[in-house]
Design a protein around this ligand. Structure first.
Ligand SMILES: *[C@@H]1O[C@H](CO)[C@@H](O)[C@H](O)[C@H]1NC(C)=O
Ligand SMILES: *[C@@H]1O[C@H](CO)[C@@H](O)[C@H](O)[C@H]1NC(C)=O
Length: 353
């Protein structure tokens, strides 16, 4: 195998991902309304000394009383991120107690992303961190959907390193979803004595299909799941105990599987299977209402999907199709109408009065 190819490949990945970004720089977004805490929200400042706004802002990023939300931020998906943020604030009883931790690629223009968020959400408590995605690009092998190969997609495995040490619990969310319920309920999911992660899990899904025959036929690899009731879960909505993650060095464990994947193909999809290898069967199951996933539709034929039976707290357009793209193309799926009210894109025809 000629060495130069191996080196060029991660660069290609970065280029592919940023080409997608380059096409969408003209978007303008409306300003969202300001959202206020209800009277019974706990004050983040209770145990701090000062009461100036600046200290309030600083205090929330380390407060256990805040709800910490982590999302990635890039120009390709920013319209989705904006809708997600708006939906979170709108359905929260204590919107001023939410701290947003945005992770952007080191190759992105972070000040531009910051400015876009600030223009639509001037009151939002947020930080933008940069993720050195060239480090992870080296670990990525190609998958069937190239969008899944963007290194920023792997940022969720590095949150424990990216976020400040004082942040001990975080809700990670993808950018193609909206909440229709209070995120504080999800964030408060009990993680028991030793669980690292909580997410809705799906034990009816065919777990075997997430790994290749060479994984299952290996004499030792399938033993990974011995004594575990391993079920599929979607990594787009997760509650993570960052202290336990750091103690258990789970980033390294995920990277070890990615290293193995580079040597022998043990799975097809992008960032999901390493999570399954490390966590499946060990997570705290969250009610399915918190991830009504798959609304992006069928990966191959682009068919529309319906909701799963039961209540809905979070709608997730996972899959190939995205509601904003289908709405722009005037070919929306029926459920895309539930995303549209959160769209902050400023169109030439939607002039604010
Ligand atoms: C980043 O974006 C800002 C504001 O949009 C712009 O002024 C600046 O030139 C950009 N920087 C780079 C390196 O592109
Ligand atoms: C699960 O998937 C595997 C591999 O894709 C397949 O061989 C098996 O028949 C499937 N099992 C069921 C119950 O569908």
């Amino acid at each position: 195998m000629p060495k130069p190819l191996i080196i060029v490949f991660p660069l290609l990945l970065l280029l592919l991902c940023s080409t997608v970004n380059g096409t969408q720089q003209q978007q303008r977004f409306k300003e969202a309304p300001q959202f206020y805490n209800s009277p019974d929200c706990s004050s983040i400042l209770n145990d701090a000394e000062s009461e100036s706004n600046d200290d309030d802002d600083a205090a929330i990023f380390c407060s256990d009383k805040a709800v910490h939300v982590a999302m990635t931020l890039d120009t390709a998906y920013i319209r989705g991120s904006m809708a997600a943020i708006l939906s979170i604030l709108q359905h929260s009883s204590c919107p001023q107690n939410i701290a947003f931790h945005f992770v952007s690629s080191a190759s992105a223009n972070a000040s531009q992303l910051r400015a876009i968020i600030f223009t639509s959400f001037p009151y939002l408590k947020f930080r933008v961190y940069t993720f050195d995605d060239s480090a992870v690009a080296r670990l990525i092998s190609t998958s069937i959907r190239s969008a899944l190969d963007c290194p920023l997609n792997y940022a969720r495995s590095y949150l424990a390193n990216i976020l400040p040490l004082c942040v001990r619990r975080v809700v990670y969310l993808d950018s193609d979803l909206v909440l229709v319920d209070d995120i504080a309920k999800l964030a408060a999911t009990p993680l028991g004595h030793d669980s690292v992660l909580a997410a809705p899990e799906y034990c009816n899904a065919n777990f075997t299909s997430y790994f290749t025959p060479s994984f299952w036929s290996n004499p030792s690899l399938p033993l990974t799941f011995a004594n575990r009731k391993a079920c599929y879960f979607n990594t787009g909505v997760m509650v993570i105990d960052l202290d336990r993650w750091r103690d258990g060095q789970f980033t390294t464990r995920i990277e070890e599987w990615m290293e193995l994947q580079k040597r022998m193909r043990i799975y097809e999809l992008g960032s999901l299977p390493p999570f399954l290898l490390v966590f499946a069967g060990k997570i705290v199951p969250v009610d399915h209402r918190w991830n009504q996933h798959g609304l992006g539709g069928d990966n191959f034929r682009g068919l529309c999907r319906d909701l799963h039976p039961g209540p809905v707290s979070l709608l997730h357009w996972s899959g190939k199709g995205k509601p904003w793209a289908r709405l722009d193309a005037s070919r929306p799926c029926p459920l895309d109408a539930l995303w549209a009210p959160y769209d902050l894109l400023q169109t030439p025809f939607s002039l604010d009065s």
